[in-house]
Design a protein around this ligand. Structure first.
Ligand SMILES: [Zn+2]
Length: 360
């Protein structure tokens, strides 16, 4: 049994006074009988941060064990990311759900790609792209509510980014995903894969650096979310660097990098729902959620919008708790209002998971 904790301060979500207790890892507004430890009286309370694009099952070189994945998850949790949307892992990370002091997960299964059209051995490579819908069904049943496609990747014959799937294949995939009750998202760097993906109604776009004003309007109309993974987009020049054999692709990646900030600002301006994701697991280290918050603030989300994109808005989008009575006691305790200074997010007075302090 975990001792009850007491929190009194202001909510970062609305600035209002808030007083909560955690009992058996769950939030209540009723003071429990017996001994209670006051964690904070006068600070700021924030639901645990959300990393909406993260891979605890991936590291350079692959072969991640569940113990390594547990370590990556711990690094993210220490940085305040208490809910992770795991968007593609060759390793089944479900054993981590038993870790009461680790982050919570919402997973897609494995990436769905085609041979030579994604990072080798990261996901499922379909020899026959017409099998996409069947594979979506399989991955839907292995995940926790999401399926992830690779929407575009370098086509070595074309020498540039190109779509992996036809519109018919995508339409069938979306239909199957939704019939299975899951959402479907797609990795997309360039522009060409986007019109079909948006038209058939995927639920989210990962990266989205190739969005154009017209496509942004479609996202707004259809309420398709965007997880721009800005700190990963920072790596586009180094990805281009290693692709000397493909000069068109190289130039495209550099251009996508140069225009990314303006593209994401335009998406924000148009009202696209944007969420924070670090893409940790490949080039990006775990534990960097606040770096992504900083990056989002700088492209027009502002401090409050950037925190929301990594916190309560993302939690509502994913159907997770937001410090309401009955929610798991997953929260950050801050000394000052992070809407005034995002650096507050880097020095929480306490990080609480399931009613236990994991960092202070
Ligand atoms: Zn990723």
């Amino acid at each position: 049994m975990v001792a009850p904790l007491h929190f009194r301060g202001r909510s970062v979500v609305d600035g209002e006074p808030i007083e909560l207790w955690s009992v058996d890892g769950v939030l209540t507004d009723q003071r429990p009988a017996g001994e209670v430890e006051t964690v904070v009286d006068g600070g700021w309370l924030l639901p645990g941060l959300v990393d909406a694009h993260n891979h605890v099952g991936i590291a350079p070189g692959l072969g991640v064990t569940i113990e390594q994945a547990r370590g990556f998850a711990a690094a993210d949790a220490q940085a305040g990311a208490l809910l992770i949307r795991e968007v593609g892992s060759p390793l089944d990370t479900h054993p981590l759900d038993g870790d009461l002091l680790g982050p919570k997960f919402i997973r897609s299964g494995k990436h769905i790609a085609r041979p030579k059209r994604y990072l080798r051995d990261y996901g499922v490579d379909l020899e026959n792209p017409d099998d996409l819908a069947d594979e979506v069904r399989r991955q839907a049943r292995d995940g926790d509510g999401w399926v992830k496609l690779v929407g575009d990747w370098i086509d070595r014959e074309a020498g540039d980014l190109a779509p992996l799937w036809t519109k018919t294949q995508l339409a069938d995939a979306v239909e199957v995903a939704h019939a299975e009750g899951v959402k479907i998202t797609a990795h997309v760097f360039g522009t060409d894969a986007l019109p079909d993906l948006l038209d058939v109604g995927v639920d989210c776009i990962e990266h989205g650096t190739g969005l154009t004003p017209d496509l942004i309007d479609v996202m707004t109309d259809k309420q398709i979310a965007l997880v721009p993974t800005m700190i990963q987009v920072d790596n586009f020049p180094s990805i281009a660097e290693g692709a000397d054999r493909f000069p068109t692709y190289q130039a495209n990646m550099r251009k996508l990098h140069q225009t990314a900030g303006a593209v994401f600002a335009a998406a924000r301006e148009a009202g696209v729902q944007i969420f924070a994701g670090t893409d940790a697991g490949g080039f990006v280290e775990h534990g960097r959620i606040v770096d992504e918050v900083d990056a989002l603030a700088a492209v027009g989300l502002g401090n409050t919008g950037a925190i929301a994109a990594a916190c309560w808005s993302a939690r509502e989008w994913l159907g997770a708790g937001t410090l309401r009575v009955g929610d798991p006691a997953d929260l950050l305790v801050l000394q000052s209002d992070p809407r005034e200074d995002l650096a507050e997010l880097r020095r929480p007075a306490a990080v609480v998971v399931n009613g236990e302090i994991i960092a202070d």
